[in-house]
Design a protein around this ligand. Structure first.
Ligand SMILES: Cc1ncc(COP(=O)(O)O)c(C=O)c1O
Length: 403
């Protein structure tokens, strides 16, 4: 039996898997069994922000592995304390809770919001999220994920979830007045919801409304964090100051790590016994988290990522301009891009497969949006080769590409 058959025989069918068996990750490339190499333009769904097998990350991982792999939360965990301190220094004053994934970060926020709600003298009721949001798939987070086909078949949360539009501040205010929610939770760029950045005006306006109506202002940076949009956290492109920040994905440098930062005042609501998890955080994940921050903050990784993203954007914008309308929009921020083509689902799927055969891994979201989550380390020549391949493959779309 080959690996594809074994996969189907023994693993539950929860993903549409590409029929590729990866042997190795090296820099910005993944290499399969047959030694084909692929430029990885979606980085394990926004995890490997520094590419694969980054030598500095491996060194730090090995150092930690020789100290201890696991000690439990019964002891002081030096890598975790250091990472928490650094995250606070880079974001808001408060404290960190560590877990192992994005969904767990969302779950922790729900519990924290619940504790806060109980302290309020006025009645507070539920959480407002955006249409097409994604905040996880566990039972505590799935109802916060407002995408058709994801949440409807599963039990409703026992707190109300209200869904609103990402552009309409008036509607948001009306919802605050009518529903009296406890919190608003938003991704600064909706990820699997279609790479849709929230406008600065919406984010800042929403924060003002939260302050006025005493609603917690919570930002999900699970996909947008760790430099993906050009700032360490995407909210930092604006003037807002969240009450709660969720993080995961990129921060673990490839290992499972998630959690939240809660501002002073919220950060003492959890007491021993209120919440916890055996591994949160694994010392290995925390050591890698520190290594990721070293690269981003002390080794100019953030600036390098911004430069590389600017270059990719400029090449894609040029392509759009000469595409005779076949590229209808490039949207997103930094190394989080959606390419919208004048093409149907079948054509986009076929383009994804053709790109794969040519050695470029891209993701597709919402059926027709080519989603790129490239590593911050994407080189100019790599960006050029991808744009050229995309342009050539686009030529089969009706109409031909004018160059
Ligand atoms: C914005 C956002 N929030 C939450 C999650 C859930 O994270 P995880 O898959 O680690 O549970 C994701 C995962 O894609 C995400 O993109």
């Amino acid at each position: 039996m080959n690996w594809i058959d074994l996969d189907q025989e023994y693993l539950m069918n929860t993903y549409h898997r590409l029929p590729i068996t990866i042997e190795k990750g090296e820099g910005n490339y993944l290499i399969d069994e047959a030694q084909n190499s692929y430029l990885d333009l979606f980085t394990g769904l926004a995890v490997n922000i520094l590419g694969h097998s980054h030598p500095y990350l491996l060194k730090k991982l090995e150092e930690q592995a020789h100290q201890f792999l696991h000690i439990s939360n019964v002891f002081l965990n030096k890598p975790a304390i250091t990472l928490a301190q650094r995250l606070i220094e880079q974001s808001i004053e408060g404290k960190v809770f560590f877990a192992n994934s994005g969904a767990e970060a969302a779950e922790a926020s729900v519990k924290l919001i619940h504790k806060w709600k109980k302290q309020q003298s006025e009645i507070k009721n539920g959480i407002v999220v955006l249409e097409n949001s994604f905040h996880g798939r566990t039972l505590g987070s799935i109802q916060l994920t407002r995408q058709a086909g994801i949440y409807q078949d599963f039990p409703a949360a026992d707190y109300p979830v209200f869904e609103t539009n990402a552009h309409d501040l008036e509607a948001l205010e009306k919802m605050f007045q009518e529903k009296k929610p406890a919190a608003l939770l938003m991704e600064p760029v909706l990820g699997s919801g279609g790479i849709m950045p929230l406008s600065k005006a919406f984010l800042e306006g929403a924060e003002k409304l939260c302050r006025h109506y005493n609603v917690l202002f919570c930002i999900d940076e699970i996909q947008t964090g760790m430099g993906r949009t050009g700032a360490l956290f995407a909210y930092q492109h604006t003037a807002v100051k969240p009450d709660i920040i969720l993080f995961a994905k990129g921060i673990g440098g490839g290992l499972p790590l998630g959690g939240l930062i809660a501002k002073t005042g919220l950060d003492t609501l959890f007491e021993p016994g209120d919440h916890g998890t055996t591994f949160g955080p694994s010392p290995l994940s925390a050591a890698l988290g520190n290594a990721v921050l070293d690269v981003l903050l002390d080794q100019h990784g953030l600036e390098y990522g911004r430069e590389n993203a600017d270059y990719l954007w400029s090449q894609l914008e040029d392509l759009k301009n000469r595409s005779a309308g076949k590229v209808t929009e490039i949207r997103g921020k930094g190394m989080m891009l959606g390419i919208l083509l004048k093409a149907d689902e079948k054509e986009v799927k076929s383009m994804q497969q053709k790109l794969l055969r040519r050695g470029f891994m891209v993701n597709v979201t919402q059926g027709t949006i080519i989603r790129l989550l490239p590593p911050l380390t994407l080189k100019k020549l790599e960006a050029d080769s991808f744009v050229q391949a995309l342009e050539e493959e686009m030529s089969v779309l009706t109409g031909g590409v004018e160059i």
